[in-house]
Structure formats: structure tokens, C-alpha cells
Design a protein around this ligand. Structure first.
Ligand SMILES: [Zn+2]
Length: 207
């Protein structure tokens, strides 16, 4: 209470006064959830929200301004999507995530999608696996190139699956922003077993 009075903390979306431990208020958190899915080449891809205001701004805070506390809010959105679509597995699924490139890891000091996946693992109890790695020699980030063709070409052989893969396993694959889908496709292609991708948000504008 005392801290709240000294330093009023405001919701980063609507500006309402909130508890100093929070980043956004509950109703704004609820409004970020705009789930959807697409069926691409017989693969269903789920999304928790849309890459537009205010979620796009919050993701930038999270990825570029060290505001890592958003990981929990984003993981909750992914969990809501998981529940909303009744994504059920016969066996306990494992969680995989799209890793950052070495260059980005160096700049940021953290891997944003890993943080979301870690929080999602805490919520669900599903084990988090680090099998997906960036192929050695891969450096350029997807966003740095412009055309669809360039982006699709560039992510070819972007990933490797380290360790034992097993076609009987089930995975939930997590990423933050879906644009062309090239990254997710590439990752799914090298994973044996059943993969259900749940992405934080879908970018419908810059495709
Ligand atoms: Zn708010």
C-alpha cells in the first residue's frame, strides 16, 4: 500500500492504477486473449492473440526492453488457448520452443520465447525440453530480410533437433510471433512425433 501511494503504478495499456507488482490490469490482460487457429497443409496452428496494439507493443517491451515479467502474462495467454481449444493428449506432452539466434541471445542476454515456455511449463507441469537448437552457422534474423521469398529461403535448415527424437512423443511447440509461418514449418519438419504449435500471436498485417 505504502509503495503504491509513493509510486503509483499504472497499467501499461489503459493507465489505470494497479498493484505495484503488476504490469497491466486484469481487464486489459483478458482483452489480449483473441484466440484463433489456421489449418495449413493439414497442420493446425493455434494463436492466443493478434500482433496489433496493444499486444504488439507489450511484446516489444518484452523482447527489446528487458521487461521479462511479461513472460508470465504471455504464458497464461498460451495456456488459455490450450484450454479453449480443448487440446488434449493421451500422454503427457513435452514443451519445445523456438530458440533465439546466438546473435540475439548476445544482444538481449535472454531468450524471450524460452522464458514464455518456462512459465507455460510451470503452469501446466508439462516438462520443458531444449532439443531445438539453431543450426551452427545460422546467424541472420528473419526480420532483417524483406521479401517472403528471402524469409522462406533463409530459415531452410535453421534448426537441428538435439538428442533423441521419438515419433511416439507429443510436443507443444511455442513461439512468439507468426508471420509467414516459415520458421514454424521448418521446426515441425525436423521434429519426429506429433507437434501442436501454439503461438503467442499472429501477425496478419505484414505478410
Ligand atoms: Zn488496463
Amino acid at each position: 500500500m505504502f509503495l503504491n501511494e509513493l509510486f503509483p503504478n499504472k497499467c501499461m495499456v489503459c493507465g489505470k492504477n494497479i498493484n505495484f507488482r503488476k504490469l497491466i490490469c486484469e481487464s486489459c490482460e483478458d482483452s489480449l486473449f483473441q484466440s484463433s487457429f489456421i489449418n495449413k497443409n493439414n497442420k493446425i496452428i493455434y494463436f492466443a492473440g493478434l500482433y496489433e496494439e496493444p499486444l504488439s507493443r507489450l511484446i516489444k517491451e518484452f523482447k527489446f526492453k528487458q521487461n521479462t515479467h511479461f513472460a508470465n502474462i504471455f504464458a497464461k495467454l498460451i495456456y488459455k488457448t490450450y484450454k479453449y481449444y480443448n487440446i488434449e493428449f493421451n500422454d503427457l506432452p513435452e514443451i519445445l520452443y523456438i530458440p533465439s539466434t546466438k546473435k540475439h541471445l548476445k544482444i538481449r542476454g535472454y531468450n524471450p520465447v524460452y522464458l514464455i515456455a518456462k512459465e507455460f511449463s510451470k503452469i501446466t507441469g508439462f516438462p520443458l525440453r531444449k532439443n531445438l537448437k539453431i543450426q551452427k552457422g545460422y546467424s541472420k534474423a528473419q526480420v532483417e530480410t524483406k521479401s517472403y521469398f528471402e524469409r522462406t529461403q533463409q530459415v531452410k535448415n535453421k534448426f537441428i533437433f538435439e538428442g533423441n527424437s521419438n515419433k511416439n512423443k507429443r510436443y507443444i511447440l511455442i513461439d512468439d510471433v507468426y508471420t509467414t509461418g516459415a520458421t514454424i514449418r521448418e521446426a515441425i519438419n525436423i521434429i519426429e512425433g506429433e507437434v501442436i504449435p501454439i503461438i503467442l500471436c499472429r501477425n496478419v498485417k505484414n505478410v
